[in-house]
Design a protein around this ligand. Sequence first.
Ligand code: SF4
Length: 346
Amino acid sequence: DCGVSEKRDVASERAKGTGLAVSATVKENRPCPTPKRKRDPASTPMERFFRRSLNVTMLCKQTWCEMQAVYSLELPLVAKRELERAEVKAGASVHLARELEVHEVVPVRAVTREDRQAINLLNLLGMIPVLQAGGVVRELPVFGVLEGVYMVGVIDELHYSDRGELVLSELKTRRHSSLPREAQAKGHRLQVGLYKLLFDGLVRGFLTRDDFVEHLRLRLEQPLGAAVLQHAGKLGFQVTTLGDLLDVLLLNLRYCELPGIDVLRLEYRHQDSGLALGSQDVPFDEDLLRAELRNLLSYWTGRREPRGVDIEEAWKCGMCAYEKHCQWRGEQLQGSVTLHTDKKPK
Ligand code: SF4
């Protein structure tokens, strides 16, 4: 549908003297979707799904079941129904409520891809001074190239501990009043590890202008829309094009002197009662993390076919929205064994 759609995004600004930040709701005019092209067998999944970047959350889905991650793109109507499930919506509203504790929300209309990217840069630019002042930021955008692929994500919260460590805190709401089993927890660990790689890369100055041109194919000379320019002006940035704004961001990152993330923390909370279920600090091993990332990306860059769950994890199929459509389940599992899909852990 070609109507105006609304999408939440975050920009923040240190509010005078309070350490509070301002966040933005982005309204965008989306062009009509491109008609589906005939599938080119030689194209990679990145090309086939028109992806110039990957979300960290997509890779986390992939650790649960790679076929499921692929179906979420191939069958968008089923995926949309999943997103509309009550518990998914409830989790999103908990995150929004937490964000509103430290941010105000303002609407900004984006017309082009460059506008949307500019809002993302403004979001990050606005949060740098809050972190420099020792404050708390929520919904902080992170991005950059990892293992040859442009990745994007949003960190739930960054704050400093009493010992001055920079702590990443990722909130997970749970339908059950228990901590997750390993099958789910490994995706959560991957998520916070990738956020650290992206954030540390930003503050170490690894992001370049070329990343935006080569990976995202953005036009840096493109003048930004009026609403975005007005928003940038309010935040104190006098720019005309995306390239101008990118230069401001790269300069800020080079001289911000922010530390890398010291602690990766997962916090679990019961969705209905809001009660804390526990928290876990996640060890960080960059070599292991990058090896896992390379394996996940090898599907997206066309070096191997997608895989479904192993037989030991066939219980996941019983709670999968794509079960009826799944070739993997049909071909690999159903013919040879009886699946016990009722044995699903909480
Ligand atoms: Fe993965 Fe099973 Fe769902 Fe297929 S049915 S996508 S193998 S969880």
